[in-house]
Ligand binder design. Structure first.
Ligand code: GTP
Length: 811
């Protein structure tokens, strides 16, 4: 409510002591108090009721406090405390009009409100006007004495001096000059001050420590209005720039900044009403705390609502934000400067503390975005490193130098990115993220190094495998005493070649000697492993190889021509040779001999299997007897690692080998026997002698008659033709019965064929003229036919012997 309907005044505290918060807030807004900082002054007036206080203020400050109507008699007009703005005075001056102190309206004993309002006015005012009648000066029962007593008493409850200016305004001054009145007044004031009970700390404190005392005298407004107005105008001039040094309120202390005035006034009144001690320094800190918090909260809200910040925060979710650090530094700076600007007049300690808290809260808000951007920067740099590193390696750069170059480049780019992300106010440490990036890069380099080395090793392993497998297999095919030396030579050559190539390629990795040596050893071992694996694999085929070797030696002669069992061959010797060659193969494959070691496996096998067997007195049972040197799972000089075939295995293989080659030998012997028989078709010599003696007469008859000879010759030719045509000797080669059966089938067709050819020959003149030529032709054609026939009708004994037995005989 406005006392005179003016906008710039309000009742601050009503007659019942209720604080008008809303009215004060409106008033502050109207007069724009909050923007004043410390540049404002508060003036209040105390004095007896109806002593012309409102009249004075209205004339002095151009306010519109309600004045008592002079024609209605002196009664209380002002209730509670009123507040107005002084018109036209710089700096902004707030004027408080207090309820009169006579207590006539409240009753003589009711001085509680009087004291409370006095204390409130003292706590908030820079200048306190004490209105008093001139005629009260020096009077023992003067109305102002209890008032002064009250002022001094409450002053003790403010804990610290504000150095308020107490301006005694003497109203209705008489002709007594002020110079004469002032000492009396000051004496009165001093007396009252001396008599006021003070706390121990202020027992000796002079009045001047708490107050600046000023005395002015004014003529009566009612009687000498013009003089009054003139004097008031002079007094008004003193309120201009009152807070400047030397001004009316130049010494004031503990001023509450304008933005805290409302809250401060409320709190002071609250404390006073609760009759508690009003600790002004503590109050000041409290006001500063509350106000600084309010300002900080407001700034925090402004920040969270800041559009640019919201955009940045959203963008950080998906990736890097260009100029992140710079932009956020600027937004935070604006926010913090805003706080500083508004809180600057509050207690420095509180302001700084709250400012730090605000900064802390702001940075906490920003931290996730910062971490997110830093995370994007780290992961982005790592990805970039991977790409550049890969490209550099593909460009042919050495591994270690590429790693160094790419790491340096990417770390530099990360540092540059960090500089763009860093928020000045935060000074957050990015070294941990940098370290993590470095660790990730190193881990990637290690992974790639391992992959590349593994690739390289695998490539050289494949090369070795390719180079050794086939060669070793081929060498083992020809297993003999030169096999292992040849394998060793081959192994060494290939290994050295691989090691040399590998060493040169691996040099770009700048490995330490130990690692490099380890890898080379692995490569060497791998090469050995290939040979060993190959030998073990080939050992699985040893039986078949032994049989092949046996067959090739047994069934073929020295020129590798198929052997024909004519009966003259020494099958036993051939068998022994073939077997010992097979045994040699077995002994070659029984152990791995990569280290040029010697062993007597061959000797042991030969002794146990060949020589004993050749005696043919040892049975299979004797092989398994305890005395059997092969009844063991290890060779004497060969470690188990190098053993491919154990003695027992060798023995079993040999047994199987023998069983499977036995048949070939038996077939060969049968074929030899058959050949022998077929070669013995002439009658025995005694029969031939008997035939000569008994056939002597017939022989002589033939000699005596040449015609018989001619008939015999023709008969012979016919017989020979039939013999050749039917291949009688060939047919009977395999026995009499098959020969007879075969001949019986072929006889008539052959005779018919002969007759047909004779008939055809008879038609040829040359043939008729020269029968001998014709017969020769038959014989020749019959021979050809016989060849075909004999080939077609040969009997196959077995797969192995077939090629020997079916070989065409020489005509
Ligand atoms: N004698 C005399 N009377 C004055 C003077 N100034 C004002 N008055 C009269 O004193 C009466 C009270 O004036 P106010 O200004 O209302 O006095 P007040 O002290 O504000 O009164 P309350 O607010 O009720 O305490 C009015 O009738 C004024 O005309 C003065 O200088 N001398």
């Amino acid at each position: 409510m406005d006392k005179a309907g003016e906008r710039c005044s309000t009742q601050l505290i009503d007659g019942d002591g209720a604080f008008n918060i809303a009215g004060l807030e409106n008033f502050i807004k109207e007069v724009k108090l909050k923007e004043c900082g410390l540049s404002y002054a508060v003036v209040s007036i105390m004095g007896p009721q109806s002593s012309g206080k409102s009249t004075l203020l209205n004339h002095l400050f151009g306010t519109n406090f309600r004045e008592m109507d002079a024609y209605r008699g002196r009664s209380q007009t002002t209730k509670g405390i009123w507040l107005a703005k002084a018109a036209g005075i710089e700096p902004l001056t707030l004027v408080m009009d207090l309820e009169g102190t006579d207590g006539r309206e409240r009753g003589e004993d009711d001085t509680a409100f009087e004291k409370q309002s006095a204390l409130f006015a003292l706590a908030v005012s820079d200048v306190m006007l004490i209105n008093m009648w001139c005629h009260d000066i020096g009077r023992e029962q003067a109305a102002n004495k209890p008032l002064l007593k009250t002022v001094f008493q409450v002053m003790m409850r403010l804990f610290s001096p504000r150095k308020t200016t107490l301006m005694f305004v003497i109203r209705d001054k008489t002709r007594t000059p002020l110079d004469a009145l002032e000492p009396v007044l000051r004496e009165d004031i001093q007396k009252i001050w001396d008599n006021v009970p003070k706390p121990q700390a202020h027992q000796e404190t002079p009045l001047s420590e708490f107050f600046n005392v000023e005395v002015v005298a004014l003529s009566s407004y009612e009687e000498k209005e013009d003089q009054f107005k003139e004097q008031v105008a002079g007094l008004r001039a003193r309120f201009f720039h009152s807070i400047a040094p030397g001004g009316l309120a130049g010494d004031r202390q503990g001023v509450v900044p304008a933005s805290g005035f409302s809250f401060s006034a409320q709190q002071i009144w609250k404390v006073i009403k609760e009759n508690k001690d009003l600790d002004l320094p503590a109050h000041k800190v409290m006001v500063a705390t509350v106000r600084c918090e309010e300002i900080a909260d407001e700034k925090l809200c402004n920040f969270t609502a800041n559009e640019e910040w919201c955009q940045i925060e959203e963008a950080t979710v998906s990736g890097l934000v260009p100029g992140f650090g710079r932009r956020l530094t600027a937004i935070l700076d604006t926010c913090l400067k805003g706080y500083e600007f508004e809180a600057i007049y509050f207690d420095e300690k509180v302001r700084t503390t709250k400012g730090k808290q605000l900064q802390e809260k702001l940075l906490q808000l920003v931290l996730p975005a910062f971490q997110s951007v830093l995370g994007h920067l780290r992961s982005g740099t790592l990805e970039k490193f991977k790409a550049i590193f890969d490209k550099t390696l593909h460009g042919g750069e050495g591994f270690s130098s590429a790693a160094r170059y790419c790491t340096k480049l990417c770390m530099f780019q990360f540092d540059e990115g960090c500089a763009d992300v860093v928020i000045e106010q935060a000074k957050w440490d990015t070294s941990k993220v940098r370290e993590k990036l470095k660790r990730d890069i190193d881990a990637h380099i290690t992974d790639v190094r391992e992959a590349k080395l593994s690739e390289l090793t695998t490539a050289y392993e494949s090369k070795l495998s390719e180079a050794l497998s086939g060669t070793v297999e081929a060498l083992l095919d020809e297993a003999d005493s030169e096999t292992w030396p040849a394998i060793r030579t081959q192994l060494q050559r290939e290994t050295e070649s691989a090691v040399s190539g590998f060493s040169s390629e691996v040099s770009s990795f700048e490995l330490d000697e130990q690692t490099k040596e380890k890898m080379i050893v692995h490569l060497r071992d791998y090469a050995k492993g290939i040979v060993e694996a190959k030998v073990k694999q080939e050992a699985g085929k040893v039986l078949s190889r032994m049989k092949d070797r046996f067959e090739s030696l047994f069934s073929r002669d020295a020129d590798s021509m198929p052997r024909v069992w004519t009966g003259k061959e020494d099958i036993r010797a051939i068998t022994k040779t073939a077997r010992s060659a097979s045994l040699k193969l077995l002994s070659t494959m029984a152990a791995i001999r990569l280290d040029d070691e010697t062993d007597n496996i061959e000797k042991a096998l030969s002794l146990a299997l060949l020589e004993l067997k050749s005696n043919s007195t040892v049975t299979d049972r004797s092989l398994t007897s305890p005395a059997d040197p092969l009844a063991s799972s290890t060779w004497k000089e060969v470690p188990p690692m190098k053993t491919v075939l154990t003695p027992v295995q060798c023995k079993n293989i040999w047994r199987q080998f023998k069983a499977e080659t036995e048949y070939s030998v038996a077939q060969a012997m049968a074929a030899q026997e058959a050949a022998r028989r077929s070669n013995n078709w002439l009658p025995p010599p005694w029969a031939m002698v008997a035939m000569v003696i008994l056939g002597f007469n017939e022989f002589m008859t033939l000699l005596r008659n040449p015609l018989y000879l001619g008939v015999l010759f023709v008969g012979y030719l016919i017989f020979k033709a039939v013999w050749v045509q039917l291949d009688i000797s060939g047919e009977f080669q395999h026995g009499a019965l098959p020969g007879i059966i075969s001949l019986s089938n072929k006889f008539f067709p052959t005779i018919m064929n002969l007759l047909k050819k004779l008939a055809e020959a008879g038609e040829v003149p040359q043939a008729s003229r020269n029968p001998a030529v014709g017969l020769k032709t038959y014989a020749s054609s019959a021979g050809t036919s016989s060849n075909v026939s004999s080939t077609g009708s040969s009997v196959v004994l077995s797969k192995d012997t077939a090629e020997y037995s079916s070989t065409p005989k020489e005509e």
